[in-house]
Design a protein around this ligand. Structure first.
Ligand SMILES: NC(=O)C1=CN([C@@H]2O[C@H](COP(=O)(O)OP(=O)(O)OC[C@H]3O[C@@H](n4cnc5c(N)ncnc54)[C@H](O)[C@@H]3O)[C@@H](O)[C@H]2O)C=CC1
Ligand SMILES: N[C@@H](Cc1c[nH]c[nH+]1)C(=O)O
Ligand SMILES: [Zn+2]
Length: 433
């Protein structure tokens, strides 16, 4: 049963325990497995990828089966309904429209002082998109990853996703990929897929950036390969924190908590409310809604371990607790969410008001659903076009401009004990004289 706590002294330690669930001692043995997988794929390439796919995904593949073929891609369109295709296309349009806004632009400033400064944005050469597929299938995540990479202008985009029963990939995932313009797809998942993208194998190309959410194995693997490649953020397992007052509907709040818990036994769902009556009603509604839940066992596990209701003294206190937790998703189910938002400092995505369930953002509002979890929202943000871009600084000095700063540079270089730095400037200034 979903726990309710009212003792304010316990709140911080409980929130911390849930927030730290992906880096506590229980996760250490998973990290050992992930390290082993990364090392094996680095050394043995495809052979290790196939070995772990058999072990963890229970699918025996030949190397030539790793890549999804053109005929499978074509056939996928025959296997999805018209309604599903239309929904994918609608989501595609809305996500693309959102991500095309405020794409960082290169700029150059020609100063009156004969100094030119600027920033030049360029995409990475190759991006690797991870689309989860263990407990659920995620066509929406295909769009959330592929569209920003396309908008950024990445020339080669590679997608990986775990094989399902009979080695098949959900046709909706394959259709979503094609609608977003991605056709190089490999049927691998978990830490072995992240390793293949980070180090490259005989079949799978090494990429520069890996994006996309995943379970604890995927997230630990992304953390460990960071540096060899870039990553978007540590995105998973999922979480929601809801701040609600007496105007919230208990059945809606309960449904939103379960909508997050059903992703993973390690997902987190937290309610902070000023209304003790609402707390009790939400607790009962969660129980009721779990009765016929098709994913009951895993969802119950998440609720039992990482579900929590806290009765708080004020909405401001709730906002402070939320800032401590830095949730991936924050729902403000209160009468005046625009006042409350001014107290919020850390959250991956914020959903305002009682008619904005998180599912709107999961599928098609436009903003990205790949978001930082486990406190990473304190320093990281949603996946975006920027994930696939980097910028080079642009600097040009005229001889006159260089002369004006030569003395200061020489002084700084001497202070750092780096004479060649000083010399490289002095020679130019002297040559000009
Ligand atoms: N933060 C975010 O933006 C989002 C997060 N998510 C999260 O993505 C995750 C998806 O998880 P899954 O459905 O599990 O799919 P997944 O694709 O992330 O993980 C499945 C893979 O895990 C590996 N695996 C499973 N058991 C293993 C074991 N015992 N040892 C080693 N490897 C093992 C397998 O290779 C399998 O391919 C959920 O945690 C969900 O909450 C989903 C969407 C967005
Ligand atoms: N709620 C997921 C995204 C999602 C995809 N499909 C359904 N939900 C997250 O953590 O962002
Ligand atoms: Zn979701």
């Amino acid at each position: 049963m979903l726990r309710i706590i009212t003792q304010q002294a316990d709140v911080i330690s409980e929130l911390q325990r849930i927030c730290d669930r992906t880096h506590d001692e229980q996760v250490l043995h998973k990290e050992a497995t992930v390290r082993e997988v990364l090392q094996a794929v680095k050394r043995q390439g495809d052979k290790a990828v196939l070995h772990y796919t058999a072990e963890f995904d229970h699918q025996t593949l030949q190397p030539e089966e790793l890549r999804v073929t053109g005929s499978e891609l074509d056939a996928a369109y025959q296997q999805v309904s018209k309604d599903l295709l239309a929904a994918i296309q609608r989501a595609c349009r809305q996500i693309e429209a959102f991500h095309r806004q405020r794409v960082p632009k290169s700029w150059v400033h020609f100063g009156d002082d004969e100094v030119v400064l600027g920033k030049r944005y360029t995409p990475v050469d190759r991006a690797g998109l991870y689309v989860p597929g263990g407990r659920a299938s995620y066509p929406s995540t295909v769009l959330m990853n592929a569209i920003p990479a396309k908008v950024a202008g990445v020339p080669r985009i590679v997608m990986v996703t775990p094989p399902g029963a009979g080695k098949a990939i959900n046709p909706a995932v394959l259709v979503a990929a094609q609608e977003a313009g991605v056709e190089e797809i490999y049927r691998i998942g978990g830490a072995q897929a992240i390793a293949a993208l980070a180090y490259g194998t005989e079949t799978i190309p090494k990429v520069n950036v890996i994006s996309g959410p995943g379970n604890i194995y995927v997230t630990l693997a992304k953390k460990l390969v960071y540096g060899t490649v870039g990553i978007d953020s540590l995105a998973g397992p999922s979480e929601v924190l809801i701040i609600a007052d007496e105007t919230a509907n208990p059945a809606h709040v309960a449904a939103d908590m379960l909508a997050q818990a059903e992703h993973d036994p390690m997902a987190a769902a937290i309610l902070l409310t000023t209304d003790a009556g609402l707390a009790k009603k939400v607790q009962a509604a969660v129980d009721r809604q779990l009765v016929d839940h098709p994913r009951r066992i895993d969802t119950e596990k998440a609720i039992a371990h990482y579900g929590l209701i806290v009765v708080v003294e004020s909405l401001e206190a709730a906002a402070e607790f939320s800032n401590e937790f830095a949730p991936e998703h924050l729902e403000l189910e209160v009468e005046d969410p625009w006042t409350l938002i001014s107290h919020i400092r850390h959250a991956g995505a914020i959903f305002l008001g009682n008619s904005t369930p998180e599912a709107v953002g999961d599928y098609l509002a436009g903003p990205n659903h790949t978001l930082p979890t486990s406190g990473a929202a304190r320093y990281a943000s949603a996946l975006g076009v920027e994930t696939f871009l980097k910028h080079s600084s642009i600097i040009q000095y005229s001889p006159t401009a260089l002369e004006k700063v030569a003395g200061a540079i020489e002084t700084l270089a001497k202070a750092e004990g780096l004479p060649s730095h000083a010399d490289s400037v002095r020679r130019r200034v002297q040559e000009e004289e």
